[in-house]
Design a protein around this ligand. Structure first.
Ligand SMILES: [Zn+2]
Length: 182
């Protein structure tokens, strides 16, 4: 998957479809939520919610200003496209940590499942149950987690590759900038 797709996926996940629409709009200057709602024909509350989600992951910022005429607080928003990589890296690291924790848990536990699929229990629980399903009485069988582990390892590897790609692009940019200065 390309970086562009991942950032889009990330935005859609945290800020929904409206968030993605706002993001792909590429507004060059500051805007108020009201302006955006009018321009896009989307409910202002949906716009606000999406903007705050973008704010939470560090992709948007706002400043508040009181409108002289109405006396209302206005929010002036800006999307920080230059933070895209930084945010992406942070989110990828967060996901990687979760996957690693899951991997560790799966690796250190042995499970048994009912052959009819009723329950999944630890080895200790299975012993207490005399390796018999408490619901249907069928034998409990060793649950092979190798496929699950492999899947988790693959996902972690994919994230590592993406992180490497992001870093090497950054590196490339820095080198290019350096050459231009020289
Ligand atoms: Zn059962």
């Amino acid at each position: 998957m390309e970086q562009e797709d991942i950032i889009r996926e990330l935005i859609e996940r945290v800020a929904g479809e409206v968030g993605l629409i706002i993001y792909t709009l590429h507004p060059k200057r500051e805007f108020t939520d009201e302006e955006l709602a009018n321009e896009l024909g989307i409910e202002i509350n949906d716009i606000r919610r999406a903007l705050f989600y973008l704010y939470e992951i560090g992709l948007a910022d706002y400043r508040r200003k009181r409108d002289d005429e109405t006396g209302w607080m206005e929010y002036y928003w800006r999307i920080h496209y230059e933070r895209e990589k930084e945010v992406l890296r942070k989110e990828l690291l967060k996901t990687k940590k979760k996957l690693q924790e899951k991997l560790e848990t799966e690796e250190s536990n042995v499970y048994y499942i009912c052959s009819n699929g009723c329950v999944k229990v630890s080895y200790e629980e299975a012993m207490e149950l005399n390796f018999m399903c408490p619901r249907c009485g069928a034998p409990l069988e060793y649950f092979d987690t190798s496929a699950v582990l492999e899947k988790l390892r693959e996902e972690i590897e994919k994230i590592d590759e993406l992180l490497k790609k992001i870093d090497s692009e950054e590196q490339g940019k820095a080198e290019k900038a350096e050459k231009e200065i020289v």
